[in-house]
Design a protein. Structure first.
Length: 271
C-alpha cells in the first residue's frame, strides 16, 4: 500500500498564492472571454518564413501608442487659446518636469508614425497582401493613412507660432481648391472666414477627440481582420499566401483573385 506524504508548507503556500493570482483572471475569463482572446492573438500560428518586414505594422501601432500617451500628457498643460497657446508650449518645454522630452517625443514621433505607415503599406503592396481576401484590410489601411496625415495637419497649428499659423493657412487654402467640396471644407477648417480663435479650438477638438477616435476604431477593425485572415507569406514563400485554411479549392483562376504558387498553371503564367 502506497502512502502519500502530506504537502509541505512551502507547497501549500505556493498553491494559495497561485490561486489568489489566478482568481481575478479566471473571474474575468469566465465572464468575458478576454483572456482566451488575448492568448489567441499573441500565440496564434503564423507562416514559418515571416521575417522582420512583417513587424512594420507592430512598429506603426507602437508609434501610435506613444503619440497617444504623450498627447494626453501634453493636453494636461496645453491651453487652446490664441493668448495662451504659445506660452503654454513654452511652459511645457522649459518648466514642466521632463516636458521637453514628452514634447519632443510627440513632435518627432508624428513624423516617425507617418513614415512607418508608408513603409508598412509599401511592404503590403510588394508582398501582394492587398489581394483577395484582404482587400477590405487594405482599404482600412488607406483610411488609417489618411487619418494619420490629417492628425498631423490638425496638430501643426496648436503651437500657434508664425510657422504653424502660415503653414496652416497654406494647407487650408490647398484644401479649398478641391472641386465641389473645397470651399465648404476650407470654411469648415477655418471655422469661419479667416483663421482665429475658433480655428484653434476646432483643430484642437479634431486633433484630440475626433481623429484619434476614428484611428482607434480603424485599428481595432484592422487587427480583427489580420487575426481572421492571418499573416501573409512573403512572395518567395513555398506556401501560397491566399489559400484557404480548410484546404477547400476555388474555381477562380489563380493569380487574379487568389494567390497561387509560381508555375502552377494559370497562376504561374499570370505571375
Amino acid at each position: 500500500m502506497i502512502t502519500r506524504r502530506p504537502p509541505s508548507k512551502t507547497q501549500v503556500r505556493r498553491e494559495h498564492v497561485s490561486a489568489a493570482v489566478n482568481y481575478p483572471l479566471d473571474w474575468l475569463e469566465e465572464r468575458s472571454g478576454l483572456i482566451g482572446a488575448v492568448k489567441y492573438f499573441l500565440f496564434r500560428k503564423v507562416p514559418r518564413d515571416t521575417n522582420w518586414m512583417q513587424t512594420l505594422g507592430s512598429a506603426t501601432l507602437t508609434a501610435f501608442i506613444v503619440q497617444a500617451v504623450t498627447g494626453v500628457i501634453l493636453a494636461m498643460y496645453y491651453k487652446p487659446t490664441p493668448e495662451a497657446a504659445y506660452s503654454s508650449i513654452q511652459n511645457i518645454t522649459d518648466h514642466v518636469t521632463m516636458g521637453w522630452l514628452v514634447r519632443g517625443m510627440h513632435k518627432w514621433g508624428a513624423s516617425v508614425f507617418i513614415i512607418l505607415m508608408f513603409l508598412h503599406m509599401g511592404r503590403v503592396f510588394l508582398f501582394g497582401a492587398y489581394k483577395y481576401p484582404r482587400e477590405l484590410n487594405w482599404i482600412v489601411g488607406v483610411l488609417l493613412l489618411a487619418m494619420g496625415m490629417l492628425e498631423g495637419f490638425t496638430g501643426y497649428l496648436l503651437p500657434w507660432d508664425q510657422t504653424a499659423y502660415w503653414a496652416s493657412v497654406v494647407g487650408i487654402n490647398l484644401n479649398g481648391t478641391a472641386p465641389f467640396l473645397g470651399p465648404w471644407l476650407a470654411q469648415f477648417l477655418r471655422s469661419g472666414q479667416e483663421i482665429g480663435a475658433d480655428t484653434l479650438t476646432r483643430f484642437y477638438s479634431l486633433h484630440m477627440l475626433v481623429i484619434p477616435g476614428a484611428i482607434i476604431g480603424l485599428i481595432v477593425l484592422h487587427l480583427y481582420l489580420i487575426i481572421r485572415l492571418g499573416v501573409t507569406s512573403p512572395p518567395w514563400s513555398k506556401d501560397a499566401a491566399g489559400d484557404s485554411r480548410d484546404g477547400s479549392t476555388s474555381e477562380l483562376r489563380a493569380g487574379l483573385t487568389r494567390a497561387g504558387r509560381p508555375g502552377d498553371g494559370d497562376g504561374g503564367a499570370a505571375a
